[in-house]
Design a protein. Sequence first.
Length: 227
Amino acid sequence: MLVTQGAHEWRQCANCGFAFLSEMPGSDEAAEIQSPEIGAQYIATYKRKLDSKMRRSRRRVRRLKRRMPGPRLLDVGSNIGCLVEAGREVGLEAIGVEINPVLVEAARETYPQSSFIATAMEESDLEPASFDGLYCSEVIEHAPDNNSFVAALARMLKPGGVMFLTTPGLHEYTGTGDPAGWRDFGAPDHKLYYSKDTLARMLKKHGFSRTQFQPSFGKGLKVFATR
């Protein structure tokens, strides 16, 4: 066991360092995490920082566009739609997928010229191998079945398509002292944490042939991965 925080136990692989909840949420608890109340909290947070969120989205979408072999872009976990709108602004055919329907409603209201779908990525009926680029920021740590989630990401990309993925790093939450003083890991909303090595292996397992980690200055993991 790595640490106990409240009612949640976290475990860590002794060989690779991958950290995960010892018991994943059931369907009722997972539904609660995607409740309208949680959606409203996200909306309030994002709208307070909307200008800075859009600036970051524009920077990131320009970097991703330079690597994409074509114009079709999928944002997985699109929240209130900043990245999708930034993609539309630079001429990409951008679509957002978001599991929380309250966030999809807010995205459609905020950016009516952009397209959003309310579904889990694993349950999407989007055409496989139909996107040139994929953006997935701060989403993978929420997935209870990481293999199914990453397989769904890979399935959406054309051969040669590029994904930009970010996720928190375990090092951001742990310290050198007593685990009782560690930052809360965010369970059950957050369910797992990768290292560079474990994330690269997971991506390779599902068909991503090349990974390129970006400087993050201690703030999580950021990686371009080619299908």
